[in-house]
Design a protein around this ligand. Structure first.
Ligand SMILES: Cc1cc2nc3c(=O)[nH]c(=O)nc-3n(C[C@H](O)[C@H](O)[C@H](O)COP(=O)(O)OP(=O)(O)OC[C@H]3O[C@@H](n4cnc5c(N)ncnc54)[C@H](O)[C@@H]3O)c2cc1C
Length: 411
């Protein structure tokens, strides 16, 4: 079955334009390394500059409104850009920019016009990078249990507390953080959602070195003073604003061009490897493992594409993102086992080993997969949300507003 998307001639011309731009502007030496541990300062500053140039062309956040620094392009353009980003190895995961972009729906839906100018525009134009400061030592899976405090002082807010596991490349310019504004109010009504400039006196970021090799931070707030207009939404609406962030984080925007480099590498390895004079694909055990991996990958792609189609056509996404997220997470763990079954010990050879298949790509995934499945909330919590969305839980839950459902803006 052919799963490829039919593109029009105009779209294919656009693809050629994008590809040519990447070829002309990104030297081979500046392509992302296989192992995130090798992502150095020089690459980081080079790509910060590239992101600004891409934003100016409307290619960094293509479907976001031009008036705020996006491209006002179509979802099909986004799919093409996403594919070309991946092929050019623009970023370790093929992500766009260094901002953790789950902030964008929350700003589009909840920020005032002045706040959009102040926060959304610099993020979309890549002038500023924003990281997500949600998790705390006692509020990961139970995110509503946030304990960090925000106390009013005149027009300002004073922030105190701690965040943990905050991920991203380089140093952020902004953190978006729900903090407790009212110790007497009930859960889900006791938070505010703040944009915290970095650096600010009293704010400290400390590196956490996790096994996957990408950067994560502990963040400490010791009487950090921020202006009153850095609160997005009302001072008791932080959980609701966070909901608009989490809809996207839990898969609710889908993916324009889903891909799985590890499964594609696995299939091509089975196709072209000869072991003891016999094609690897003739081994029934290997063949089965490769097929199962491929089926999981194709299912993931279809689920993510369908959600993307729904989102960009302004159909309310209720459970579809969660199904996609749970299936993606669970199948990724099945696939790391299949990869080990097929490659044997070669799956564990890293980027510096000359015998590592695909430059060490499988090893990076083997090392990072379990941890990555906790980023964005664990699989168990994705299932808790799914159960609520399909009405088989103690509580029911409606999706939070997103740009697809709440406003006339795209994105
Ligand atoms: C690589 C990485 C990047 C991350 N990036 C960010 C980031 O940028 N910003 C940010 O804010 N956070 C980030 N996180 C944090 C991430 O969101 C949390 O790790 C996640 O929400 C789980 O929280 P926890 O680690 O505190 O686990 P805990 O909450 O302690 O949970 C431990 C285990 O118990 C399970 N569990 C807990 N409660 C239940 C329940 N009710 N039902 C069933 N099972 C349950 C969980 O699924 C988990 O397996 C990142 C984490 C990782 C590993």
């Amino acid at each position: 079955m052919d799963f490829s998307l039919p593109y029009t001639e105009e779209q294919e011309r656009f693809r050629q334009e994008v590809r040519a731009w990447f070829n002309d502007n990104i030297p081979q030496a500046m392509r992302a390394p296989v192992d995130p541990n090798d992502y150095d300062e020089e690459l980081y500053s080079f790509w910060r500059g590239v992101h600004k140039k891409l934003a100016a062309k409307g290619w960094l956040f293509p479907t976001y409104p031009k008036e705020y620094g996006g491209g006002s392009l179509t979802p099909d353009h986004e799919a093409i850009l996403q594919e070309e980003f991946r092929l050019s190895r623009a970023f370790p995961d093929g992500h766009r920019g260094y901002t953790n972009n789950v902030i964008l729906p929350a700003l589009l839906v909840w920020a005032t016009e002045e706040q959009k100018q102040k926060f959304l525009v610099p993020i979309l134009t890549a002038e500023k990078v924003a990281f997500q400061g949600f998790t705390e030592p006692q509020s990961g899976a139970d995110l509503a249990n946030i304990q960090s405090r925000a106390v009013r002082d005149g027009d300002d807010w004073i922030l105190t507390g701690q965040k943990v596991f905050i991920g991203g490349h380089g140093d952020p310019d902004l953190l978006y953080c729900p903090m407790m504004t009212d110790t007497d109010a009930p859960r889900h009504r006791n938070l505010g959602y703040f944009m915290v400039p970095v650096p600010t006196p009293g704010l400290e970021l400390k590196r956490m070195n996790l096994i996957h090799g990408q950067l994560n931070f502990f963040i400490f707030f010791d009487n950090v003073r921020i202006p009153g207009d850095h609160l997005i939404g009302g001072d008791h609406q932080g959980w609701q604003v966070a909901g608009s962030t989490l809809e996207q984080e839990h898969g609710g925007r889908g993916q324009a061009a889903p891909a799985d480099d590890n499964v594609e590498a696995l299939v091509s390895y089975v196709q072209r490897t000869i072991r003891d004079g016999v094609s690897l694909g003739k081994d029934p055990v290997v063949q089965q493992a490769a097929m199962d991996a491929y089926i999981d990958f194709r299912r993931n792609s279809l689920l993510a594409l369908r959600t993307f189609w729904m989102y960009t056509n302004r159909t309310e996404v209720t459970y579809e993102g969660n199904v996609s997220s749970v299936h993606g997470r669970e199948s990724s763990l099945r696939n790391v086992i299949r990869v080990r079954d097929v490659y044997g010990m070669y799956a564990l050879l890293g980027a510096k080993d000359p015998f590592a298949p695909h430059g060490g790509e499988q090893e990076v995934n083997q090392r990072g997969r379990a941890g990555q499945n906790h980023a964005g909330g664990s699989t168990n919590i994705a299932k808790v949300v799914l159960a609520r969305r399909i009405g088989i839980s103690r509580t029911k839950e409606r999706p939070a507003p997103t740009p697809a459902t709440a406003t006339s803006y795209g994105g």
